[in-house]
Ligand binder design. Structure first.
Ligand code: FUB
Length: 461
């Protein structure tokens, strides 16, 4: 055996064992179909608001089925905790209730969180912009106006707010034109005329996202319908003129849309968008069942942005810090999953459940430390005494779905009530990817998993 082969093989083994390079996998949410990402950084946490394409969205382009908006959070950019629907059409009782919960944007000001979204009202044109307010990024969000903030006119979709350094806030929106207005300090009213931006950048289609970096204003947007890429323009003012600078991501036939959102988090910049990878893993028919993706972006010295390849080819995002397993972790904290769904938990927050035997969750870059874990506790529930479920376990594997087994939690009948199960653990040290594999779980929604926590060797669970 050659020395080179031994070295490569050793390096690969070390990477797998120690998770030397911990990556996210696009799309970043697999338990629901998500679209129109609107990330917000608050108190060291990324809150990712998304549109929600219903699993039953009918086949065909532009046949959206959207009734609420979801939220996920992360502190490492690869493990995302599911908070479920934080706003729904019910928040706006004056809006059409069956559909059209389109793109949203959340911004904070003076301790409050302002949620702007496209909804529809009866008649044509139908799109308007609603606003709701909360004291916390996860809500509850309340419709304080009881009517649209921006009323009917063609193209009133895809709101995005921006607050300049001088405190002036702006709301942008529109397809196929860009509109903007100056928001008042209360963020739920505006002053002056609604202006149609005269310097609409090349390829602009929809989904504007405005931010400022190093004195430059950036407008990032879904471009070139259809398919959509992500284009961007720069300006020395929040009201333009906007100068087109090119693509952050070129359009690709694999996706009709690509509505973007951009943030800076822990010193790195990220662009979010979406693809149809999960839909096309299920069927070759187009359904409006989209999935949010993320990639890191790099700036050139002149402030322009380096182009990225399409989502399926883009470099995976690096985990910004390892996950601590010695505190309570919500089971709906996921880097990647297959066959899993989430739902509101009877204990508050969300829980997850497997929809089939072999369904699994990957939690990336878990730091067990040098001494390692001695025990594992999970809050689980089972609501059936069916023979088929008698031997169900949650098997804990490291590194990959069939990697070293460090323990298996028996899932026993609890009448559907939450029950804590603790098992002994061995051989979990260092930074490793952790897999929860549901073995013996029958189809349906019977095994529920709410949260988990490891105890260090020698500590009482
Ligand atoms: O999600 C519904 C619509 O599709 C959004 O408002 C647009 O930006 C496009 O992504």
């Amino acid at each position: 055996m050659s020395k080179t082969f031994i070295n490569i093989s050793f390096r690969l083994t070390v990477m797998m064992m120690a998770c030397a390079v911990c990556y996210a996998t696009d799309p970043i949410i697999q338990t629901s179909f998500t679209a129109d990402p609107a990330p917000l950084v608050h108190d060291g946490v990324v809150y990712l608001y998304t549109g929600h394409d219903d699993d039953n969205a009918p086949p065909g382009q532009s046949r959206f089925l959207m009734r609420d908006w979801l939220c996920y959070s992360s502190t490492d950019m690869v493990n995302w905790t599911d908070h479920g629907a934080v706003v729904s059409l019910k928040t706006f009782p004056w809006a059409v209730q069956e559909n059209d919960a389109w793109a949203s944007h959340v911004i904070k000001r003076n301790g409050k969180f302002y949620f702007y979204a496209s909804v529809s009202v009866p008649g044509w044109p139908k799109n308007v912009i609603a606003v709701a307010v909360a004291d916390h990024p996860l809500g509850p969000f309340k419709d304080t106006l009881g009517r649209p903030l921006i009323d009917k006119k063609t193209g009133y979709i895809d709101p995005a707010a921006f607050i300049d350094d001088d405190g002036q806030a702006y709301l942008y929106w529109g397809n196929p034109h860009i509109w903007y207005v100056k928001l008042n300090e209360n963020m739920i009213s505006y002053s002056g005329d609604i202006i149609q931006e005269p310097t609409k950048p090349d390829n602009y289609q929809e989904g504007p996202w405005v931010y400022k970096r190093d004195g430059w204003y950036y407008m990032v947007y879904a471009s070139t319908c259809c398919p959509e890429g992500i284009g961007y323009a720069m300006s020395d003012s929040p009201t333009g003129p906007w100068v087109y600078k090119g693509y952050i991501m070129r359009p690709d036939r694999r996706s009709t849309g690509n509505h973007p959102g951009v943030i800076e988090y822990k010193g790195k910049w990220y662009v979010f968008g979406f693809n149809f990878k999960l839909n096309f893993a299920l069927t070759d028919q187009h359904h409006e069942r989209r999935s949010v993706c993320v990639a890191e972006i790099q700036y050139n010295p002149d402030g322009t942005i380096q182009q990225l390849p399409w989502w399926e080819e883009v470099d995976a995002v690096k985990q910004s810090e390892p996950l601590n397993p010695y505190v309570r972790v919500e089971a709906e904290t996921i880097a990647w999953s297959e066959g899993m769904k989430s739902e509101p938990s009877s204990a508050g927050g969300m829980n997850v459940y497997p929809t089939r035997d072999g369904a699994y969750i990957k939690v990336q870059g878990v730091d067990f430390g040098d001494e390692g874990a001695g025990a594992f506790t999970a809050s689980i529930a089972l609501d059936t005494q069916a023979d088929a479920m008698k031997n169900t376990v949650i098997a804990l594997h490291l590194d990959n779905v069939g990697g070293p087994l460090i323990g298996a939690v028996p899932v026993s009948y609890s009448g559907g009530q939450w029950k804590r199960e603790t098992i002994a653990i061995s051989q979990a040290t260092g930074v490793r990817d952790l897999y929860f594999v549901f073995k013996g779980a029958a189809a349906g929604n019977h095994v529920k998993f709410d949260y988990w926590q490891f105890s260090k060797k020698g500590d009482t669970p």
